[in-house]
Design a protein around this ligand. Structure first.
Ligand code: AMP
Ligand code: ZN
Length: 139
């Protein structure tokens, strides 16, 4: 429990949420912003600041629940697709520093949420092999 963490307060029951799933380690609830209808957050009950700092076994439990919720959004909300993402640290858009996975059902590609990897403006300035080598150093 981190004193000023809004998600820790939700876990504790001090702040209400629209609960979707709960077990001993994991909680899922609707994102208050509802980017699309059914937008769900999946979190570990124990506080870790991001996906990157969460112990792997617990991270796997969170992702397991995220997968099942995504499947349910397809089956029961009739979503046509799902985005599963976790922002790590403010530079990547993380605003709540308690690890969470967004499970965002998609109903049509023109719903205003744009996640587009197609455009690669940097391609001429970079060397893919040298970047791959840098990442491989810690693997
Ligand atoms: P991120 O920007 O990736 O850290 O995502 C944080 C998410 O938490 C945002 O999508 C917010 O809408 C959501 N959020 C913040 N406060 C609450 C809350 N009290 N209940 C549900 N979702 C929340
Ligand atoms: Zn927390």
């Amino acid at each position: 429990m981190e004193k000023d963490c809004i998600f820790c307060k939700i876990v504790k029951g001090d702040i209400p949420c629209a609960k979707v799933y709960e077990d001993d380690d994991v909680l899922a609830f609707l994102d208050i912003s509802q980017t699309t209808i059914g937008h769900t957050l999946v979190i570990p009950k124990k506080h870790y600041d991001s996906f990157l700092s969460t112990p792997k076994e617990l991270m796997h439990k969170v992702l397991n629940v995220a997968q099942t919720i995504g499947q349910s959004q397809i089956t029961n909300l009739h979503a046509k697709g799902v985005n599963i993402l976790s922002n790590c640290y403010p530079a990547a858009g993380q605003s709540v520093m308690h690890f969470h996975v967004h499970v965002i059902p998609r109903y049509k590609s023109s719903d205003g949420l744009v996640i587009d990897f197609k455009e690669n403006k940097l391609l001429e300035e970079i060397s893919l092999p040298s970047i791959a080598e840098s990442i491989k150093k810690s693997l």
